[in-house]
Design a protein around this ligand. Structure first.
Ligand code: NAD
Length: 308
């Protein structure tokens, strides 16, 4: 595997969604590696306090990936690499607001790809895709990159897949150096609880308040929880390793965790004695199991999760 993370020193990197849970961790890592980072984020689900706004090498632009003026503004900074993480997040949000989802995840991604191609000097376009979207109802566990399914259950899943399809199109038609990185249930610092947020921050928040944790299903359902810094490490590799171009990679932990075990662990560690509340499974939540294989990512770009 050629190159090293030192290649980021002195580079200009555009991170869309850089004020979000994963984007903010990526931005901090890039700054530590000596890169200049331009963050484009409309702060719809991210926070300025999540960024080291006083850092000399950081330019924060509050703007919208679907807005042409904002895109022109960031390309005016002449980025070498784009990490595209801005998204309308996630399943339930997209069911409540499907058009907003399409505007950001579909149209915003298309617009960014168009400008990336027209700009003509981009070394890499790394797209943040989603394991929960791409594999639909596939049950070929652990899921490998070719196991994609069209049986999707939310607008978010449809538009995250659309983003990948647009990446494929720009790669084939124009030779744009795209990489599609598929994350499995990220967790870790940078993410705050909220109505449309992931289960781990919400469960910890409610447990710390002594509230019953709601379990939608039996608890036997599984997910592949992946530590945010492992995902960021994979993205950084996808940003410079030649073998990554045109390819797609799972960034998973490879470990299946039962939701009931997660709930018990959180209740134990927070001293929460409130009984678990069992609720009906949500209609869009069709996956009794989810676990990804990172074999391909390991082979091609040396991705290997470090956090159990
Ligand atoms: P996040 O909501 O914390 O980050 C998304 C960021 O995009 C936010 O800061 C938000 O303000 C910004 N944004 C939203 N719409 C925008 C727009 N129109 N223009 C500019 N900025 C906009 O979510 P995250 O967990 O950090 O996810 C980052 C990426 O990873 C997303 O593309 C998401 O689909 C993908 N992903 C996340 C997970 C996960 O478990 N968190 C799993 C798979 C894929």
């Amino acid at each position: 595997m050629e190159g090293s993370l030192n290649l980021y020193k002195g580079k200009k990197i555009l991170v869309t969604g850089g004020a979000g849970a994963i984007g903010s961790r990526l931005t901090r890592n890039l700054l530590d590696l000596g890169a200049t980072v331009i963050v484009l984020d409309d702060l719809s689900s991210g926070y300025e306090w999540n960024l080291p706004v006083d850092a000399d090498n950081l330019l924060f632009i509050k703007g919208d990936v679907a807005n042409e003026i904002d895109i022109k503004r960031v390309f005016n900074e002449k980025p070498d690499i784009v990490f595209h993480l801005a998204a309308f997040f996630a399943n339930q949000n997209s069911i409540d607001y499907p058009e907003k989802d399409l505007r950001t995840n579909g149209f915003g991604t298309l617009r960014l790809l168009e400008y990336s191609e027209l700009y003509g000097q981009l070394e890499r376009f790394v797209y943040a895709s989603s394991g929960c979207s791409i594999y639909g109802e596939s049950t070929n566990f652990p899921l490998k990159e070719d196991d994609i399914s069209t049986k999707l259950s939310s607008p978010y899943q449809v538009t995250k897949m659309l983003g990948e399809l647009y990446c494929n199109y720009f790669f084939k038609q124009y030779g744009l150096k795209v990489v599609k990185t598929r994350f499995f249930n990220s967790y870790g610092p940078g993410e705050v609880p909220g109505q449309y947020r992931n289960v781990i921050p919400n469960f910890i928040y409610w447990a710390m308040k002594g509230l019953s944790l709601p379990l939608t299903g039996t608890g036997e359902e599984t997910r592949d929880f992946t530590y945010v810094d492992d995902i960021v490490d994979g993205m950084l590799k996808a940003g410079y390793i030649e073998d990554a171009i045109g390819n797609e990679f799972n960034f998973a932990s490879g470990t299946e965790t039962k939701i009931i075990d997660l709930v018990n662990m959180i209740n134990k560690n927070t001293g929460n004695e409130a009984p678990i509340k069992f609720l009906k499974r949500r209609k869009w939540d069709t996956k009794p199991r989810l676990v990804g294989s990172y074999e391909k990512a390991k082979k091609h770009i040396g991705y290997e999760p470090k956090t159990s």
